[in-house]
Write a protein that binds this ligand. Structure first.
Ligand SMILES: Cc1cc2nc3c(=O)[nH]c(=O)nc-3n(C[C@H](O)[C@H](O)[C@H](O)COP(=O)(O)OP(=O)(O)OC[C@H]3O[C@@H](n4cnc5c(N)ncnc54)[C@H](O)[C@@H]3O)c2cc1C
Length: 397
């Protein structure tokens, strides 16, 4: 079998890149190791994605945003960051006031479902499921993808979108910086009595962080980040005990809070690949940059990256260039590195500052928050990165 592009992984990054290549006159194959029913009908995974305006624009361009049911899209009007038990906060809201949004919260599985439905319509994209890619070998003129069923596929270019723990990245000999935060995120959907008013909350309590992401109605996604050795105890708490603890952590601000569905856990590991491309090979999504979720940017950067790669490749095709050549692929890499490097290391810096409980660090972060509150240019900069839109849209308060 021969293709122009083989995509490894059918998560958000792989599916969106396949959608972006639908209008190119080339043959694309997407390989996903999960079975077809999980790809075509993904299950809730606890990941609520805070999409920026730019990401929404990219999804609209792909005719995907229109396929996400409006009753699962929750606008975020404000974001508030608290330090410790202090009641003062660093806040962000849209300059357009009540009519504007910082971004939109959408369940990951609904985005993936819409992406899959869209890519299904493509005449030039084939999807293979229930099979994993074991290895990739490269020659000068082509790459060979080896599948777990023993089959071999020839292609001009391989795109790996196989998660932050990418085995293919490792097999291709590409090193990555990995930061194990030794923490676990416990994500749960909770109903509550009082409204959230579409305000996102991030509380950096000492020893753990607690976030509330406003979903549709009186429901929120609660993200509790704790040290790894404490996670099992919390996940195994009875529902009643868990409900009481979370209600108490929010000091009753939302009335009684009640768990809906299961608690999902994610280990906190950040990844930054040393290079995003090599001969006949490119990394996208978390396989290239696996962000700490606190600034809610992993999927957003992944969407933007695949858009840059698709645009680069389509232009190269138009000019008759070899899309697997490093010369072409480097054009994608230089743009994506520029966008992601500051975000990745900046986010890790913020995490280090806000989760270190040494007294001197507590003083530093109070000073940083004060400075950011009273010095609008810093806030504009943070807003700009948070929402990936013009700082003019945002109003510090
Ligand atoms: C709790 C949580 C909250 C988050 N919130 C946000 C947010 O608010 N905003 C935001 O922008 N981002 C957020 N993120 C990050 C976002 O979820 C990820 O960046 C994004 O989903 C990554 O997509 P991906 O396709 O790169 O990887 P994945 O979703 O990991 O998909 C990889 C796919 O590759 C497949 N695969 C792996 N190996 C192989 C192989 N060898 N052969 C074939 N298939 C293979 C896997 O089965 C999988 O389907 C959050 C993450 C978490 C955990």
């Amino acid at each position: 079998m021969e293709y122009d592009i083989v995509i490894i992984g059918g998560g958000q990054a792989g599916l969106s890149f396949a959608c972006s290549m639908m209008d190119a006159n080339i043959k694309v194959l997407l390989i996903e190791k999960r079975p077809l029913d999980l790809l075509s009908n993904p299950k809730p995974d606890g990941r609520e994605i805070a999409l920026t305006h730019l990401s929404v624009d990219i999804l609209k361009k792909m005719d995907v945003w229109q396929r996400i049911p409006t009753d699962v899209i929750s606008p975020m009007k404000e974001a508030r960051i608290f330090d410790g038990d202090s009641s003062s906060f660093l806040g962000f809201k849209n300059r357009q006031g009540a009519s504007g949004e910082l971004g939109y919260l959408v369940p990951n599985y609904k985005i993936c479902k819409a992406l899959y439905d869209r890519v299904q319509e493509a005449e030039n994209v084939e999807i293979m499921t229930d099979i994993s890619v074991d290895d990739v070998r490269r020659q000068n003129e082509f790459a060979q993808v080896n599948l777990s069923n023993g089959e071999q596929i020839k292609t001009t270019l391989v795109i790996a979108a196989d998660s932050r723990f990418s085995t293919i990245r490792r097999k291709m000999g590409i090193p990555a910086l990995m930061k194990d935060f030794s923490k676990v995120m416990i994500v749960s959907q909770m109903n509550h009595e009082k409204p959230h008013n579409n305000i996102t909350l991030e509380n950096f309590h000492y020893g753990q962080t607690l976030a509330l992401l406003p979903m549709v109605g009186n429901t929120s996604s609660i993200v509790l980040t704790v040290e790894t050795d404490k996670a099992d105890d919390i996940v195994n708490q009875s529902e009643q005990e868990f409900n009481e603890n979370i209600t108490e952590m929010f000091k009753g601000e939302f009335g009684q809070m009640t768990l809906e569905g299961e608690r999902h856990t994610y280990p906190l590991v950040g990844v930054y690949s040393q290079t995003f491309v090599s001969h006949r090979f490119a990394l996208i999504g978390d396989a290239a940059v696996g962000m700490h979720p606190v600034t809610a940017h992993g999927a957003n950067l992944g969407l933007r990256g695949q858009d840059i790669l698709a645009t680069t490749l389509k232009k190269a095709l138009h000019q008759g260039e070899d899309i697997g050549s490093v010369n072409v692929l480097k054009r994608y890499e230089s743009k994506q590195i520029h966008l992601t490097r500051l975000m990745y290391f900046g986010t890790n810096g913020i995490v280090a500052l806000f989760t270190n409980d040494a007294p001197v660090v507590k003083h530093i972060r109070k000073a940083v928050l004060k400075l950011a509150t009273h010095f609008p240019p810093i806030k504009y900069l943070i807003s700009h990165h948070l929402a990936n839109a013009s700082p003019k849209r945002f109003l510090p308060f």
